[in-house]
Design a protein around this ligand. Structure first.
Ligand SMILES: [Zn+2]
Length: 130
């Protein structure tokens, strides 16, 4: 059984990225090479907290049929509190989304494969209302 503190940490810091220890640049998705430091790069895995704020967003009205996403859906540039800027879907309405909005990571059903019924999960964000 896992110690309680570890489960808590796993819950909060659950976005796996990487950091270059040479220049302290954080990456998501994780990289194994730092384009800034090149040969001097020293990359290690780092967990980022799944909370941040919306820097900008796009409302997408056209989605590929196979994703079966609700339309329209929102893609946002999210600045994580302790990490890098990432791109992710934010699950909320077009009227609700705004720049500077607090969001947190959530698992939502991503899409279903009609053939074998496999359900894929992806990282998505939802509004983080206090
Ligand atoms: Zn670097």
């Amino acid at each position: 059984m896992l110690p309680r503190f570890w489960r808590k940490i796993k819950y909060r810091y659950d976005i796996v990225g990487s950091v270059c220890e040479t220049c302290n640049t954080k990456y998501y998705p994780p990289r194994n090479f730092c384009p800034i430091c090149r040969r001097r790069s020293s990359i290690k895995e780092e967990m980022f907290e799944g909370k941040g704020k919306v820097l900008s967003y796009t409302v997408v009205h056209d989605t590929p049929e196979e994703y079966k996403l609700e339309k329209p859906y929102i893609i946002a540039l999210i600045e994580l509190d302790n990490g890098p800027v990432i791109t992710s879907q934010v699950v909320c309405s077009e009227n609700e989304i705004r720049t500077g909005m607090r969001v947190k990571k959530a698992f939502r059903k991503y899409f279903e494969d009609g053939e074998d019924g496999i359900i894929y999960y992806g990282t998505k964000f939802v509004p983080d209302e206090d």
